[in-house]
Design a protein around this ligand. Structure first.
Ligand code: NCD
Length: 329
């Protein structure tokens, strides 16, 4: 379904999504983000009805998921999203790829391109690697997480979860807490949520708070209680030890004591606070397991569900030109 450019979320006369790739939130206008979220809504309903797999709009298209870093949720949901739309989906994991044999990123890109895929989804440990690959291939590229840089579909699924639970994004107080320094999820969410009018807070110990974080339109807090005060949404992040050289926190026990989400600390937030986490969670490190499991407050599994819908929307929208859909040439 192609929406007319008169869609209320769009600026006058703007194309709904004039991009070849989805590399990051930074490149998107607020109305382009709203357009993707609106597109995702239909897939939530169809997925729940069990009807999405009959759509077939990507039939005959080849989707490569090239994941050079570990993943559970993102890889699976991109695979399910592609299959529900009828694409032929193939996965390349780092342990099975020639990257382990010393092949360069550009050679890998050329190799993938030679197989003539219609869309490539990439996760890579190096910031900027996905953009580099997008410049070397002839099809749309979707960033599934590049280093500490961006993870656009995660921010989109988080935004969809918030919008559905709270009815809006603008005006909400959103506290994003934990290892912000190493988090692409935090970066994409700062850009997206601040751009949609939320009041966003970055809450972290000083060692895990980038100096320039306020340039992304957020307010920085090093005290967890202050950062949570009156928050409508609390998003917890994992300590990303795989990106740390040396120790950034004295011990995980002490980290939980000062920066973990506990019942007592959550009492500082709004009474109807929504708790979120992109996963994988480390229970007892950044979040008390009982809070994560409390479905009245925690949206953790709903985030996973929204992930499939958002990725279906992104795969559909990014391949429209290729499929020759009117208005997308
Ligand atoms: C995140 C990631 O890989 O950036 N996970 C995810 O995609 N759901 C966050 C993390 O690894 O901590």
């Amino acid at each position: 379904m192609v929406r007319a450019p008169s869609h209320p979320a769009l600026a006058d006369g703007a194309h709904p999504f004039p991009h070849d790739h989805l590399l990051g939130i930074a490149a998107l206008k607020p109305w382009e983000i709203a357009f993707l979220l609106d597109e995702a809504e239909q897939w939530v309903d169809l997925n729940r009805a069990g009807a999405a797999k009959h759509d077939g709009r990507l039939a005959g298209l080849t989707q490569i998921n090239a994941f050079f870093e570990n993943s559970t949720r993102t890889l699976l949901s991109f695979e399910i999203a592609g299959k529900r739309l009828g694409a032929d989906v193939v996965n390349l994991g780092v342990s099975g790829s020639s990257v382990k044999k010393g092949e360069t990123l550009l050679d890998t890109a050329t190799t993938l391109n030679a197989m003539r895929p219609d869309v490539i989804v990439i996760r890579h440990a190096a910031s900027g690697a996905v953009q580099l690959i997008s410049e070397k291939v002839d099809c749309p590229v979707l960033n599934a997480g590049d280093g500490r840089h961006e993870h656009p579909t995660q921010a989109l699924l988080d935004a969809l979860t918030i919008r559905r639970r709270k009815g809006r994004i603008a005006g909400l107080k959103v506290a994003i807490c934990g290892d912000i320094l190493h988090s692409r999820v935090a970066r994409s969410n700062f850009l997206l949520l601040a751009g949609q009018g939320a009041e966003v807070r970055a809450v972290a110990p000083p060692t895990l708070l980038p100096e320039s974080v306020e340039a992304l339109g957020v307010t920085a807090f090093t005290d967890m209680d202050e950062g949570l005060d009156g928050a409508d949404v609390v998003m917890m992040l994992r300590l990303q030890t795989e990106r740390m050289a040396g120790a950034y926190v004295p011990s995980t026990r002490e980290y939980f004591h000062f920066h973990g989400l506990t019942e007592a600390r959550l009492a500082r937030a709004a009474p109807d606070v929504l708790v979120m986490h992109p996963g994988p969670m480390n229970r007892g490190v950044e979040i008390d397991g009982a809070i994560a499991d409390d479905i009245a407050r925690s949206a953790v599994t709903e985030q996973v569900e929204m992930g499939v819908a958002v990725r279906m929307a992104c795969l559909d929208v990014l391949t429209r030109r290729r499929r020759g859909i009117a208005g997308w040439a």
